[in-house]
Design a protein around this ligand. Structure first.
Ligand SMILES: NC(=O)C1=CN([C@@H]2O[C@H](COP(=O)(O)OP(=O)(O)OC[C@H]3O[C@@H](n4cnc5c(N)ncnc54)[C@H](O)[C@@H]3O)[C@@H](O)[C@H]2O)C=CC1
Ligand SMILES: O=C(CO)COP(=O)(O)O
Length: 380
């Protein structure tokens, strides 16, 4: 008997548990449980087989819910981390004394920790380092909206981890006719792809909310992936991973209506248009209330991402202007877009100079790691 424990009964945790419970509905060799800290959700799942706060889809009867973490992870062969990035450390801390030593961990969260710039697998392994023989920590990335999982729509995701055998095992665990998992040893690339695309998705939403037409979307996508690759490769990811599902693939759907990050950016731009004199905290609060959502990973990841870029003197105009707008109320949505585009134009012009080409070839990092253009153009 194989036991799968999903921690976090929000939108994605429930969708993942649903997918696995459906797959193994008639297979007595698998048991699937989900952990929620909210007792009411646990009761609802066990009694009515629904989780209406997050989905209207009925849940299979073989999915059992617990409000006790120890009960959920007891003897689990697979532990799936479905809580948001900023809750990851506290949940991993709670797990340390109770987790089964040989469990395989699959992280679903897409973000960087505020204050440390750390990725999810780094946080989990830090908190569980005292657990002897801990099998493996993997991360699932790539484009997948929970509503598409509930609808059995086709999904193609990416799984990163260090151990090939375990990656294959998880691929088979999830694999169905509609759900496909590609594996890679580049866990850094998978995690950074997921964390960064959330930030860049917010700016796509800002542009949609400021009514700039739709042609800009294609330009924005190409600019974003160049920047995402530069940041990720600086942090040790393979650039090719960012070209795949975990990077470009996930960015593409995060720049659409289906994404909370995109909707957050769009609504923020509208709230700003309505009353630009409000303090930033109020604007952000109104934005979240209008959307009735809590988890906007890109907003939280923007802070450590900006700090990281600052610490290595890497100037990324989209990140820089998004941060100044959302954290400092330093510019309007229109200005933020205008500024990043001007900076981008200057950079492209510079890139045509032979000296720039030679320098960017010889010192690709320095090409980004500078505040000013070669002609001393002010940093916008
Ligand atoms: N919703 C989606 O379509 C997708 C979400 N993700 C990622 O999955 C992660 C979770 O997102 P969602 O499920 O959508 O968010 P959500 O807001 O729908 O649910 C998060 C759940 O985690 C629970 N939670 C938070 N802190 C907790 C703690 N300390 N202990 C126990 N439970 C806790 C909350 O009560 C809530 O039920 C995010 O990092 C997101 O980027 C990834 C792919 C798709
Ligand atoms: O990661 C996701 C899709 O792959 C979900 O994105 P949002 O959190 O922006 O909805």
């Amino acid at each position: 008997m194989k036991k799968i424990a999903v921690l976090g009964a929000g939108s994605y945790g429930t969708a993942t548990a649903y997918h696995l419970a459906k797959k193994y509905e008639n297979d007595a060799n698998y048991s699937i449980c989900i952990y929620a800290r909210d007792k009411k959700i646990v009761e609802e799942i066990n009694r009515d087989h629904t989780n209406k706060k997050y989905t209207q889809t009925p849940l299979p009867h073989n999915l059992v819910a617990h409000d006790n973490l120890q009960q959920a992870v007891d003897k689990a062969d697979y532990t799936i981390m479905g809580v948001p990035a900023q809750s990851m450390r506290s949940v991993a801390k709670e797990l340390a004394p109770i987790i089964r030593h040989k469990t395989i961990i699959i992280n679903l969260a897409k973000g960087l920790e505020v204050g440390s710039f750390k990725r999810m697998s780094q946080i989990i392994s830090e908190e569980l380092q005292a657990v002897k023989h801990l099998c493996s920590i993997t991360s699932l990335g790539g484009p997948a909206f929970s509503k598409d999982i509930f609808a059995h729509h086709p999904i193609g995701v990416a799984l990163g981890g260090k151990n090939n055998k375990i990656l294959h095992e998880i691929r088979l665990l999830f694999d169905t006719e509609t759900f496909d998992v590609k594996i890679t040893k580049d866990v850094i690339g998978v995690e950074l792809g997921g964390a960064l695309k959330n930030v860049f998705g917010i700016m796509a939403g800002i542009m949609s909310g400021t009514d700039m037409g739709s042609s800009i979307n294609g330009d924005y996508l190409t600019r974003s992936i160049v920047d995402m690759k530069a940041i990720a490769s600086f942090m040790g990811a393979r650039r090719a991973t960012l070209d795949g599902r975990a990077g470009l693939g996930d960015l593409a759907i995060t720049c659409t209506e289906g994404s909370r990050n995109f909707r957050f950016g769009r609504e923020f731009a509208k709230q700003h248009q309505k009353n630009s004199s409000l303090p930033i905290d109020e604007l952000l609060q109104n934005t979240l209330e209008a959307l009735n959502i809590k988890t906007v990973e890109g907003f939280y990841t923007l802070d450590p991402l900006y700090q990281l870029c600052e610490s290595i003197n890497m100037f990324v105009p989209i990140v820089n202007n998004l941060y100044k707008m959302l954290y400092k109320n330093d510019c309007s949505p229109e200005e933020a877009v205008h500024r990043y585009r001007i900076r981008d134009k200057i950079r492209s012009r510079e890139a045509r100079l032979t000296i720039s080409r030679v320098l960017s070839f010889l010192f690709p990092r320095i090409w980004y790691r500078r505040e000013r253009g070669f002609f001393g153009v002010k940093n916008l």
